[in-house]
Design a protein around this ligand. Sequence first.
Ligand code: HEC
Length: 178
Amino acid sequence: MFNLIAKIEVGFSRGESAKGLPSVYYRNEKTMFNSVKNSIARLKILGCIILVFSPAGAATAVEPLLTVKQIMNAVITPSTNTIWGAYQLETDAQWKEIESAALAVIAGANLLQMGGRGGDEAVIAQQAQWQRFTGQMVAASEKVLAAVAVKDEEALSAAGNDDLYPPCESCHQAYQSK
Ligand code: HEC
């Protein structure tokens, strides 16, 4: 199926912009018109292919399976404990553990972006403030990953304290007792 798309793509692309320079300078109006026609035809054909081959389940909405509390206790807390507890890392396996923990926080934050299963948790999650805090958790975890990539324990500890911790505090202040 992908071969088919590739062939159609190549077929329609041939003849366009051969020199790698802004091709518009080399074309007369007729070839430009043909090129636009080709592009439209290509879009139509790709559209049909996508429609025909889309998996049937693609339109099914994904529902949250965990409450916010479960995500906090099962995903976020164990992973952030691993990150915050990192100290004098030596082996590759130790660094790998931090990397996995940061990825788990990203996964947890991603779940929180969708919202939890409980009560109105999915509705609350649509608030800009909620999304900002979860986004900050993702960004902080990416900083952790960057520190892991160069095995920089100082950068790791800075990302943990200065970036990963604040969104926990802010979000709890705004939402935990409600
Ligand atoms: C986007 C908002 C948000 C962020 C960010 C967030 N939390 Fe939470 N957290 C909550 C909410 C809401 C609750 C209360 C859930 C409940 O009691 O139903 C909670 C509760 C908790 C609890 C208590 C769970 C319990 O059993 O009562 C812990 C522990 C926790 N969070 C850890 C963290 C840590 C660690 C971070 C940061 C790495 C963090 N949370 C970031 C929203 C957030």
